[in-house]
Design a protein around this ligand. Structure first.
Ligand SMILES: Cc1cc2nc3c(=O)[nH]c(=O)nc-3n(C[C@H](O)[C@H](O)[C@H](O)COP(=O)(O)OP(=O)(O)OC[C@H]3O[C@@H](n4cnc5c(N)ncnc54)[C@H](O)[C@@H]3O)c2cc1C
Length: 353
């Protein structure tokens, strides 16, 4: 039978961005329909979901950390209550420092005001002792890990059970923009929000935005009898997945030709692992996806300048787990009541490609 529903919001893409936006809009009583062909080429499906308060070689506090982190914790907690499953776990990060210079920088940064709640004094390697090679020294940070893959699966099930998910890839030729609304086949919606991840680069209305995507590859390995709880940030990151399995990644390949696992990506990770692990491991899986990153490292939010029924939520880059809850709520408020967006994420202020 032809689908002739009329909804407030049509959402294209059900990765982390589309999931959280749908969640907040539905909480506000909006009717939502989501289009997604079983998470094809989704970066949320393979992300480690790490929230790391300090990033980069210069140990810089993550942008908006003080706002993003508490909001993320609250949102994932509410979702856990709704679905009876935990998505957010606090996890310390054992950061290996490789030289006296690096240690000095670390100590200088982490002694600054406002840092004490994120840094822990610890000489202790806990479960990584004897498993990984030591560096010059190490530091311990408060961090967290979000099971993004589990969240999008659970939400996919929820949408399917409510008949709110159309399992197909959107055909742009079927979309008509009319006065104040859109028509997709026989469906009509007041608004359409594109949450397409890296595939947003090909969106006919938003491809003008400065995307700068980066492919990343991942190995899942098994390390017998380790059961580490901490994330290890060594020459490469190892994040516990439970049952002696670890997520290992990742590399950054700019201007990727495809989103597939490659020999080159695998070799890169294996070489790094040789510098990290003292003990043998078993390779379980090899995955790849493309991060929806942007030229200025800020997400893309807002309505289309010419067609206000069209909006975008994209550009979560390598930090979707912390950015997505806060900015999904911000976009929801903006779409429903015109509340201002953070100027750095508002597409109205962005340079064209
Ligand atoms: C290797 C790797 C490691 C990462 N590690 C971390 C990490 O540790 N911490 C962190 O915070 N972030 C991490 N990320 C980044 C994180 O994955 C992203 O920031 C976030 O998941 C992006 O979510 P999204 O919903 O915008 O995009 P996606 O997850 O890519 O979802 C987009 C969805 O839209 C669908 N879609 C696209 N076009 C269409 C269409 N035309 N019709 C229908 N559906 C469509 C796709 O099928 C997909 O399901 C990592 C990413 C990679 C690749």
């Amino acid at each position: 039978m032809e689908d002739t529903r009329k909804v407030d919001f049509l959402i294209v893409g059900q990765g982390l961005a589309g999931t959280l936006l749908s969640y907040f809009l539905r909480k506000e009583g909006q009717s939502v329909l989501v289009i997604d062909a079983n998470h094809q080429s989704s970066s949320s499906a393979i992300a480690a979901g790490i929230i790391n308060p300090i990033t980069g070689y210069r140990f810089v506090k993550s942008w908006l950390l003080e706002d993003l982190l508490p909001f993320a914790k609250e949102t994932y907690g509410d979702l856990a209550d709704q679905f009876g499953q935990t998505f957010f776990q606090e996890r310390e990060v054992l950061r290996i420092l490789f030289s006296a210079g690096e240690e000095n920088d670390w100590l200088a940064r982490t002694a600054q005001e406002g840092w004490s709640k994120y840094v822990k004094d610890s000489e202790d390697w806990q479960e990584w002792e004897g498993v990984a090679f030591p560096g010059f020294s190490q530091g311990v940070l408060y961090g967290a890990q979000v099971d993004v893959g589990a969240l999008i699966k659970v939400y996919q099930k929820e949408l399917l059970s409510q008949k709110l998910l159309i399992d197909e890839s959107m055909d742009f030729d079927k979309l008509q923009i009319t006065e104040g609304q859109v028509q997709y086949g026989n469906l009509s919606a007041q608004n359409i929000v594109f949450c397409e991840g890296h595939q947003g680069q090909k969106n006919p209305w938003f491809s003008y935005l400065p995307f700068e995507v980066a492919k990343g590859e991942v190995l899942v390995i098994k390390l017998d009898k380790t059961q580490a709880k901490r994330i290890l940030k060594h020459k490469i990151i190892l994040a516990p997945l439970g049952e002696d399995l670890y997520w290992v990644g990742s590399n950054y390949e700019h201007k990727p030709k495809d989103d597939l696992p490659s020999d080159r990506g695998r070799d890169f990770i294996l070489k790094k692992l040789q510098q990290v692990l003292k003990i043998p491991f078993q390779e379980i899986d090899h995955l790849a996806a493309i991060r929806p990153a942007t030229f200025d490292r800020r997400p893309f939010l807002g309505r289309h300048p010419q067609y206000p029924a069209l909006a975008i939520f994209n550009g979560l880059g390598a930090k979707g787990s912390s950015l997505a809850p806060y900015f999904a709520k911000q976009l929801c408020d903006h779409l429903l009541s015109g509340k201002a967006l953070h100027p750095e994420v508002d597409i109205a202020n962005r340079q064209k490609k």
